[in-house]
Design a protein around this ligand. Sequence first.
Ligand code: HEC
Ligand code: HEC
Length: 310
Amino acid sequence: MSTDPKELPGADPHTGNREIDPVTGYDTTGHDWGGIKELNTPFPRIALIALILTMIYSVVTWVLLPAWPMGRDYTRGLLGLDQQEMAKDHLRDLTALRENWLGKFETPDFDALSDDPALMAAAMPAAERLYQDNCSACHGRNGSGGPGFPKLDDEYWLWGGSPEDIATTLSVGINATHPDTRWAQMPAFDWMEPNELSALSNYVAALPTGDPDSDSDAALLFAENCASCHGEDGAGGLMNGAPSLTDHAVIYGQDADTVLETLKAGRQGVMPYWSDRLTTAEINAIALYVARLSYPATESDTTGPAEADQ
Ligand code: HEC
Ligand code: HEC
């Protein structure tokens, strides 16, 4: 840079005198923008330091970390840290972890599995995700059921609530296209007289609430037409898909109107089978998850109410 005062910024090229801004006391650059003069203020030191530091930082990171693309490859950096490799390693670990517990569900001893808290801690959250993905659309987020779709979080079961029974239900489905599917058909009783139907509906609606008149014509109709599937007095428990009609667990509804509808048209709920969509181990893991919905997960044995098949 020249030391000639006439060439310094803000200096008059003839006299070398610099113009000082009277308000701030700074030199001006000598540039005059139609009466507006530019101050010759120095670049702020703090910004300069920050700029230098970030430049040093970038040079250091270029050297240490993967940075420059080089055709198909890239500079690896002295530390060799590679996010892509790290992600792959992480995924490998996760898969190994999953295989680790999933393998145990291949031919499960459900009692032993439930007694292993570490295994349950790894497996049940994954089983819950499988449940949410595959089942919650019909059975509700937490197995709460809905009209036409049985509750899975209570102790009343059509086909048994042990993990083994549930696994079978999942594998073959109910009224599904699997050759070994569970078969559950509520026939239509449209051939009955309307007065018989309505008496029967009222009788069935009264089953869970109080004591229905067991000497009535309706009770006789029930014994003749219904008890073979729904059990004596409608108590169910025959493992044929026909629900107990004496408890408060209902699939379609047990008010007289809904029962009348059921009797007139019959019912045949379809539960799809899963053996070609999920692996055996996945089915078993979901089965254990569902079995545990009906009793506290902290209980380690499987002999909770879940096994009290209605
Ligand atoms: C498309 C709807 C649908 C989906 C999806 C579905 N279910 Fe079902 N499920 C049903 C219906 C309907 C029934 C009752 C069939 C009947 O009325 O006999 C049923 C019955 C069951 C039963 C028998 C309940 C008992 O009391 O014995 C179990 C257990 C069950 N489902 C579990 C599952 C699980 C676990 C999944 C996910 C893998 C699943 N369901 C997915 C519709 C579905
Ligand atoms: C062949 C066996 C069979 C006979 C006979 C039968 N049911 Fe059913 N019933 C079933 C099955 C299976 C279901 C469950 C259907 C389903 O879930 O889709 C059912 C369901 C019902 C339901 C619905 C329960 C609910 O939770 O919503 C009612 C009510 C019912 N039956 C009443 C009767 C009455 C009353 C008779 C006699 C007139 C009768 N059933 C005869 C097999 C039978």
